[in-house]
Design a protein around this ligand. Structure first.
Ligand SMILES: Cc1cc2nc3c(=O)[nH]c(=O)nc-3n(C[C@H](O)[C@H](O)[C@H](O)COP(=O)(O)OP(=O)(O)OC[C@H]3O[C@@H](n4cnc5c(N)ncnc54)[C@H](O)[C@@H]3O)c2cc1C
Length: 325
């Protein structure tokens, strides 16, 4: 009996969110009396397999072949199903990326299993797995109980803390790869990077975000916030109000209906600190708030606060960081 975690890879590199998930699976596995198994699919998975052991997998199941280099649902789902059966999995967990979401849904359909898509928490109650996820545009936090023997969940990145690697003592087993290139209907002809040079929001150690506080001159405001981000090598975030107003695209949104982040440093510029924004960044290690209203709720969560106009405070900080870094 196992909790099986799919370790997503990008260009042969494991996506770090999967280690958070594997670590959580370890806790759940102890409560359920299940081992933790990691599933790796790709053309070269040796390094990621060793990492999976270091992050706590009791067993790694590896399927490696040149035609598996890039995610394609047909062969990946077939291998995931094979691994679910081989490990007698009680749970199949993936990162809630586009790939993880579609893989989880396909495995759930094929195994007639319940699924919690985009879950934000997992725990064990009365010997069964329970998941939390928001529904109705983030207005309700739902508790998902599984009635099927297999529970499937795709879990939002940064829902759990990043563990430290250990020496690990898990083993690596190979899975048979039964598909061949000719069997796969989906063909990949080209890859193009969408945002070359941009720091990924969910992976960033530092995030500088802007909110409706830039409204006086949104273009200038986000230019200033962006300059501070680039001086710090940080990712650029935003509140929903800023996104809804069209100041910045949705991919930058942090919060309940945006991305969940856990950076070491989060600098909120002109953001009030609404509960839905805090839901996405409240677990940041250090929060710095710049807001001209000393009573803004964000200051209750911030370790450092600057009560000032962001149009003067942000460029002053940027200039100082540029001098010192
Ligand atoms: C179902 C649902 C889901 C939601 N999901 C999200 C989500 O994912 N993420 C999210 O962020 N929100 C979300 N929201 C919206 C959320 O409730 C708030 O409306 C939003 O976070 C407010 O954004 P804001 O802080 O930028 O704007 P405001 O609340 O308007 O705050 C702007 C702040 O800027 C300050 N300010 C103004 N001018 C300046 C200046 N020149 N210098 C410095 N400070 C200044 C003001 O004092 C104020 O505190 C959601 C809401 C709902 C109902």
């Amino acid at each position: 009996m196992a909790i099986l975690v799919w370790i997503e890879q990008n260009d042969g590199q494991a996506v770090s969110n999967c280690w958070e998930l594997l670590d959580k699976a370890k806790v759940l596995g102890q409560e359920l009396g299940a081992e933790v198994a990691a599933l790796l699919i790709g053309s070269d998975v040796d390094d990621s397999a060793q990492q999976a052991v270091a992050y706590g997998a009791d067993h790694v199941y590896a399927a490696a072949a040149p035609h598996l280099a890039h995610f394609r649902l047909q062969p990946y789902a077939a291998i995931a199903e094979q691994a679910v059966a081989r490990t007698d999995a009680v749970a199949f967990l993936t990162n809630a990326s586009i790939r993880g979401g579609v893989l989880a849904a396909t495995v759930a359909c094929r195994r007639n299993a319940g699924i919690a898509a985009n879950a934000s928490d997992l725990w064990v109650e009365d010997g069964r797995l329970v998941a939390a996820r928001t529904i109705y545009s983030g207005n309700i936090q739902a508790r998902i109980q599984f009635e099927s023997s297999l529970a499937v969940a795709s879990v939002r990145p940064r829902s759990f803390p990043m563990p430290a690697p250990t020496d690990g003592s898990g083993s690596v087993d190979n899975l048979d790869v039964r598909t061949q290139e000719d069997d796969i209907r989906q063909k990949i002809s080209d890859f193009r990077a969408a945002d070359a040079g941009e720091v990924s929001l969910t992976d960033a150690h530092i995030i500088v975000s802007g909110g409706r506080g830039v409204a006086e001159d949104p273009q200038k405001g986000f230019e200033l916030v962006g300059e501070l981000a680039s001086a710090l090598g940080a990712a650029l975030g935003a509140s929903r109000a800023a996104v809804d107003a069209g100041y910045i695209p949705y991919k930058h949104q942090v919060g309940q209906t945006g991305k969940t982040v856990r950076p070491d440093l989060y600098i909120a510029c002109g953001i009030s600190g609404a509960i839905q924004h805090l839901a996405g960044m409240g677990n940041s290690k250090i929060i710095v708030a710049i807001n001209k209203d000393a009573d803004a709720p964000i200051f209750q969560r911030a370790k450092y606060g600057i009560v000032d106009d962001l149009f003067s405070a942000v460029p002053a900080l940027t200039a100082e960081f540029r001098k010192r870094l």
